[in-house]
Design a protein around this ligand. Structure first.
Ligand code: FAD
Length: 380
């Protein structure tokens, strides 16, 4: 990019959500001579939340009916499966079991009713015998089977989005950290730092529309936009989730989830697997002050205790620290889960600016539906 380029649309952040939005906008404005750029501070795409998650395609069970999370998860799931089929993205509809004790049956039934209200119509309640047939190693009285839950190779998915977007003319600008944005009369002036580790070169350019999809930095970008009222920027809470790999052979053929945590802060330490069937457990939920990806190996004891409620054979020595991710939560510890917050002019008063806050789970599943939602709100 030269020092005073001008673009029609600038997407900040090449995580799964920014990439999906850029691709959707490129399709919307195909053959219309509209310039779109994705700015990414890192050397490549998807180095933050989008590569530190469970890689689960969620069905849409847990979220309050009518919420963006519920609506965009259910719609996004189908769009994502279609995309995977069309572009050969590795994925498997392995199905999921939410397992429970007799004492939790009422809560499990409520979960099923909520899922039905959200449009998830394929759930099936299983009794102990039915569950034993599917997963003999699991100890539980009842289960809810979700056949539409799956897993995806999220790196291949993001690569496909970038590739498709670039083929439609989108420019990808890695090593470009957005520093501040001035709101001018008829455009935005975006100030960037080029490859901050190796140079302190700056450049700036104008653009007509901005989409702030900066994940854990969405709030700090919002604070750097002149004219965004501070009271419209929701407070960000970091909530870390650690994963442990299972050292043995994966004994499960489904994803196994316990009942969700209170307020669905997390979905409970569950058993999930990657495309090679490697079993991993996690994530837990830990509110933190500063971003940190270290995993305390001593947590293996607490993980094993929690997992033993549905997989009694587990031992702490079966678990090996794997990786962690940080959720950009809008709800503080103990509060009810907040919805995705996708703000346009009606929220902050600035035409042409869309900001996405609190894009935690199910953001990967919902990414294509989020992109379509945002693209509908962009007019040129
Ligand atoms: C522990 C955990 C488990 C999860 N599990 C699932 C799951 O199983 N299924 C599911 O559907 N969802 C899951 N999610 C949610 C999902 O991963 C996120 O919703 C999604 O990845 C968010 O993508 P994003 O693009 O908003 O953020 P990110 O991937 O973080 O992308 C933001 C990008 O913005 C860039 N950026 C930041 N600041 C700047 C700047 N100043 N200038 C330029 N670029 C900048 C960053 O470098 C980054 O690349 C999980 C999340 C976590 C944390």
């Amino acid at each position: 990019m030269s020092n005073r380029d001008g673009f029609d649309i600038c997407v900040i952040g090449a995580g799964v959500i920014g990439l999906a939005i850029a691709y959707e906008l490129a399709k919307k404005y195909k053959n219309q001579d509209i310039s779109i750029v994705i700015l990414e501070r890192e050397s490549s795409f998807g180095q933050h939340i989008s590569s530190r998650n469970s890689e689960v395609i969620h069905a849409g069970i847990y979220y309050p009916t009518g919420s963006l999370k519920a609506e965009l998860c259910v719609a996004g799931k189908q769009l994502l499966y279609n995309h995977c089929e069309q572009f050969d993205i590795p994925h498997r509809k392995v199905g999921k079991l939410i397992v429970a004790k007799n004492s939790e049956i009422a809560a499990l039934q409520q979960l099923k009713q909520k899922a039905i209200a959200n449009g998830v119509l394929d759930l099936q309640l299983l009794n102990r015998e039915q569950l034993q047939k599917l997963e003999p190693q699991i100890e539980a009285d009842v289960a809810l089977h979700s056949p539409s839950t799956g897993i995806i190779d999220s790196h291949s998915y993001m690569q496909s989005l970038l590739h498709l977007a670039e083929n439609l003319g989108v420019q990808f600008a890695p090593y470009s950290r957005v520093d501040k944005i001035d709101t001018e009369a008829d455009a935005f002036l975006v100030h960037c730092l080029l490859d901050e580790n190796k140079s302190s070169e700056r450049y700036q350019f104008t653009c007509q529309r901005i989409i702030n999809a900066a994940g854990l930095e969405a709030q700090s970008i919002a604070q750097s936009v002149s004219a965004v009222p501070a009271n419209t920027i929701p407070k960000l809470h970091y909530c870390k989730g650690d994963y442990f790999d299972y050292r043995g052979r994966n004994p499960f053929s489904h994803l196994i989830y316990p009942m969700p945590e209170a307020n669905t802060t997390g979905l409970g330490i569950h058993a999930t697997m990657d495309m090679s069937s490697q079993l991993k457990f996690g994530p837990d939920t830990e509110y933190i002050e500063h971003i940190d990806f270290e995993i305390d190996g001593n947590k293996a004891e607490a993980f094993a205790k929690s997992i033993s409620s549905y997989f009694p054979k587990i031992k702490a020595s079966d678990l090996k620290p794997a990786y962690s991710g940080v959720r950009p939560k809008l709800s503080k510890l103990g509060a009810a889960a907040a919805d995705f917050e996708i703000q346009g002019q009606s929220a902050h008063g600035i035409p042409g600016l869309i900001q996405l806050f609190g894009m935690e789970s199910p953001g990967l599943t919902a990414s294509l539906a989020i992109a379509s939602h945002v693209a509908k709100r962009i007019e040129l």
